[in-house]
Design a protein around this ligand. Structure first.
Ligand code: PFF
Length: 443
């Protein structure tokens, strides 16, 4: 039968692990390329609004359900809502499977870029290099190695693996990102980069496409809509102040994305590479940034290696949380032992990632499907669950947070505002999504 449930060793350890889940490729790679694709500062503003208005209530909902049930997503939804809610839990687990499969491929790219920078430098044709790294048998190999590292951490358990890795690596990541932003500010010619990134064109705020992209990105970046935060909260004891913690986690996540933008845009503008940013796609940053690093000479090489190292760290702490959702579900439901569950599921996810490692278009389609559909649908389901179905979520969230007065508002956000927003985004994105899938099938 199932072993007693593990718990975090400290409150700080939990917060860092949750921030580790949230801060990842989404903050540095995805955020920068979406900002470029959607016209700069207006996207940043919408993303901030989405984080606060939609992300934060759903974050608190995941924390509340996870800590209250002390089970992984499927069991937690059943615990509070009965078996009719099991399918939503299954969708969460399937989403974790899907995201980790391609996320690990991109993580493999970042490991290779860090190593190439270290051993050989960033000179040479950046587009050609990206082509060689992004797909093919080498990409498969590095994807498998990265999955191996993720499996090794998750196998060690909540305290000895996940919490310890977060405690060591997350402070390093924060220090690197802030250090790089300060360095970028010293580059001559970086000024217009700040203009692009920070001066808002208010007309662009009313573009539904930009809004949908911002909502999807907020969910992806905060690790919401698939039970990752819920699963981490299931290892909490009941003294945590969940509202404060949701604010800290969401704030840190937005902070790292924002500061990463203060690295990327000034750097690219200082080197006159801004037109490359405009044509942004999944691979753009992996082409443009190394080009910038190579033009900056010896300093660029150091900056580049450190930058990619930070990406590797972020990717690892996020991948761990994706795997943990799937692993803890199997442990809870079937009473499997952690080692076996991790090994088996890690292996299955590694296999599913191989097509993404062979073909970048497949990777892009998986990413679109996950972020534009599954995470939004998952967030919609969860907000309806906590808003309408769960008995007394306010009682649960109040434990450890006595005296907070705005919980009534929180429930109404979950009941009406969040579902209305996410429903609209889902409807809006479906057109895009079917186009993307058709082009994939056609091409
Ligand atoms: N939040 C991670 C990032 O920004 O890179 C990605 C992610 C992790 C998404 C865990 C979803 C998740 F459950």
């Amino acid at each position: 039968m199932a072993q007693p449930r593990e718990q975090w060793a400290s409150r700080f350890g939990f917060v860092l692990a949750a921030v580790g889940s949230a801060v990842g490729l989404g903050n540095m790679w995805r955020f920068s390329y979406l900002t470029a694709e959607n016209g700069g500062a207006a996207f940043v503003v919408l993303y901030l609004i989405m984080t606060a208005l939609v992300g934060l209530p759903v974050m608190l909902a995941e924390l509340t359900v996870g800590r209250g049930a002390r089970r992984s997503p499927i069991g937690a939804l059943e615990h509070f809502g009965g078996t009719r809610w099991r399918p939503l839990g299954l969708v969460f687990v399937a989403t974790g499977f899907l995201i980790l499969a391609y996320y690990s491929v991109i993580a493999g790219w970042t490991v290779r870029y860090a190593l190439i920078g270290l051993l050989a430098g960033f000179d040479g044709d950046p587009g050609e290099r990206f082509g060689a790294i992004a797909s093919g048998s080498r990409a498969v190999l590095w994807h498998l190695l990265f999955m191996g590292a993720t499996v090794a951490v998750v196998m060690s358990g909540v305290r000895a693996g996940i919490e310890r890795v977060a405690l060591v690596l997350m402070p390093v990541l924060f220090a690197i990102v802030v250090g790089l932003a300060i360095y970028a500010a010293t580059l001559p010619g970086s000024g217009p980069g700040y203009g692009y990134y920070l001066s808002v064109d208010f007309a662009a705020l009313w573009d539904a496409n930009v809004l949908a992209a911002a909502a999807g990105q907020a969910f992806f970046s905060l690790s919401l809509g698939m039970g990752a935060i819920l699963t981490y909260a299931s290892y909490l004891s009941r003294e945590n102040h969940l509202p404060n913690e949701s604010v800290v986690i969401a704030g840190a996540d937005f902070g790292v994305a924002f500061v990463a933008g203060l690295v990327v845009f000034p750097l690219l503008f200082a080197l006159g590479l801004q037109q490359d940013v405009g044509e942004s796609t999944v691979g753009a940053l992996f082409i443009t940034l190394p080009k910038a690093f190579s033009e900056m000479g010896a300093a660029g090489r150091v900056v580049g290696v450190v930058f990619f190292f930070a990406l590797v760290v972020g990717a690892l702490t996020s991948a761990i949380s994706l795997l943990e959702v799937v692993v803890s579900s199997l442990m809870d439901r079937l009473g499997w032992e952690r080692h076996h569950a991790t090994f088996l599921l890690g292996g299955a996810i590694a296999l599913l990632g191989i097509p993404a490692a062979l073909e970048t278009d497949v990777l892009g389609a998986m990413d679109g499907l996950a972020e534009r559909f599954f995470l939004i649908a998952g967030g919609l389901g969860l907000s309806l669950f906590v808003g309408w179905r769960m008995q007394d979520p306010m009682g649960e969230v109040r434990v450890g947070a006595e005296g907070v007065r705005w919980f009534g508002l929180w429930r109404w956000l979950l009941r009406l505002v969040v579902p209305a927003f996410l429903g609209f985004v889902l409807y809006w994105s479906l057109g895009d999504l079917s186009g993307a899938l058709q082009s994939l099938a056609g091409g």
